[in-house]
Ligand binder design. Structure first.
Ligand SMILES: Cc1ncc(COP(=O)(O)O)c(C=O)c1O
Length: 438
């Protein structure tokens, strides 16, 4: 057989086309890697599974910068940290409907029960939740012992972490947070408050917003006992050969962000200038974090997908779209040229869009304010995706990105949901089949 380097061909093509990168990772293709740094556990290099020497010191230094007591470097994304957190949750978990698939997967893997607050009425990407919503849920369901927030959400909206952590302390609840999109918040007063000093346990993805390699993340904690337990689980799920180039890219990204807070001042000014130049052309969704640039595509009378594809035709690659939004992830490695290219592309799209077109109305089925996800669904079977309408789903399935399940375990599968998933990259389907209750 004549083998081709298919991935390399694709990656070279993308890199050579000089794309505007408005997607993760935050390094925006500007990392310089040194292959000589790819080593194994040696007496000098320490060991992530049994941290000692430089790894232990690097983790401790990072914890201090994030205002946390403890830190573990992760080479399998926030995903694995979320698994570790859910595994050690105390009592039942209160979580948001827009939680990442890893939280739902961990419920299944570790046989946990969750009350899921329905915060997605307007968009699957979800709204921030409040102390009042948490309090109402906890009073109604006293078995809840852990609150697992997702803050910020994909669109850069944050929960009031100070108020929620105060509430959780008073109510004797464990507070955990998936802050995968908040790894940069510690590094500028222009950004929202970082959750890291306030949680018993939390995770941040370093690769999304800082400048490290994809898959790098941190688990941080202020509760020694829970941190040790979660660390124990993460250690058992992680490769025994964690990559030193990834590990050192975490450290480098954190040091760079710490030493260059002016990068965020410049980025914030570029974003403000762009928004004011496009004031009469397009609407941006207001949010808490200026590094999440969210186009409200209804202002162009187009769907999120259509605008995403039009930008792609103009060599501008965004992170994700939803029915009415396109979301761009910016970092200090984006340049003024990127913003100029984006501005001209949006002007061009606006000049060609059909202002009289009728946009499809998106309705998310209302499923009540709170849903229970547990794994006591009995016997299950796999059925072809197209033949599953009316069956009870036994897993949490959705599309990637954004990896937020469209159908939860225990929900009835509808045609509407199947249509939303058709032709898209799915998570938790098995060879085109979906797991349902027998
Ligand atoms: C809210 C949220 N949590 C967790 C993750 C997983 O993070 P990672 O890619 O670092 O594993 C993502 C990924 O996009 C996410 O959007």
């Amino acid at each position: 057989m004549f083998m081709k380097k298919l991935l390399e061909i694709m990656l070279s093509y993308y890199a050579q086309s000089n794309p505007v990168r408005l997607h993760m990772p935050g390094n925006k293709g500007k990392l310089t890697l040194d292959g000589r740094f790819d080593i194994t556990e040696l007496p000098c290099s320490g060991n992530l599974l049994y941290p000692n020497t430089c790894i232990e010191s690097a983790q401790q230094q990072t914890a201090t910068v994030y205002g946390s007591k403890r830190c573990r470097y992760l080479v399998n994304g926030s995903t694995i940290g979320i698994m570790g957190m859910v595994a050690v949750a105390v009592g039942d978990i209160l979580m948001q409907r827009n939680s990442h698939i890893s939280a739902y997967n961990a419920l299944r893997l570790f046989d946990k029960r969750a009350y899921v607050l329905n915060n997605i009425q307007q968009s699957l990407l979800g709204k921030a939740i409040t102390v009042e919503q948490i309090d109402k849920a906890v009073r109604a369901n006293p078995s809840i012992g852990t609150v697992l927030l997702t803050s910020p959400n994909y669109m850069g909206d944050c929960c009031d972490i100070v108020a929620i952590s105060k509430y959780c302390k008073q109510a004797n609840l464990v507070l955990m947070c998936d802050s995968a999109h908040g790894g940069h918040h510690m590094f500028s007063p222009l950004l929202p408050e970082s959750v890291t000093p306030y949680c018993d346990l939390c995770v941040v993805s370093v690769h999304k917003d800082l400048t490290s390699l994809t898959q790098t993340a941190l688990m941080l904690g202020n509760n020694d006992r829970l941190f040790d337990l979660a660390n124990y689980t993460v250690g058992r799920l992680t490769s025994t050969s964690p990559n030193y180039i990834m590990l050192s890219s975490i450290e480098r990204a954190v040091v760079d962000a710490y030493e260059r807070p002016d990068g965020y001042t410049q980025l914030s000014q570029s974003v403000s200038r762009l928004k004011s130049r496009l004031e009469n052309v397009v609407r941006f969704k207001p949010n808490d974090d200026f590094t999440r640039l969210v186009i409200d595509t209804t202002s162009l009378n187009m769907t999120g997908e259509a605008v995403y594809m039009e930008l792609e035709k103009r060599n501008i690659f965004c992170d994700v779209f939803s029915p009415h939004y396109v979301i761009m992830l910016l970092s200090v490695n984006n340049t003024e040229q990127d913003f100029i290219a984006l501005e001209s592309a949006i002007r061009d799209i606006e000049s060609k869009c059909d202002h009289d077109a009728i946009l499809p109305i998106i309705t998310l089925p209302h499923v009540g304010d709170i849903e229970v996800v547990d794994n006591l669904l009995g016997e299950t079977e796999l059925v072809p995706f197209n033949e599953s309408v009316g069956r009870i789903c036994a897993d949490n399935v959705g599309i990637a990105p954004p990896c937020i399940p469209l159908i939860l375990a225990g929900q009835v599968i509808t045609q509407h949901r199947l249509d939303e998933m058709k032709g898209k990259p799915t998570v938790n389907l098995v060879n085109g089949a979906i797991e349902v209750v027998k």
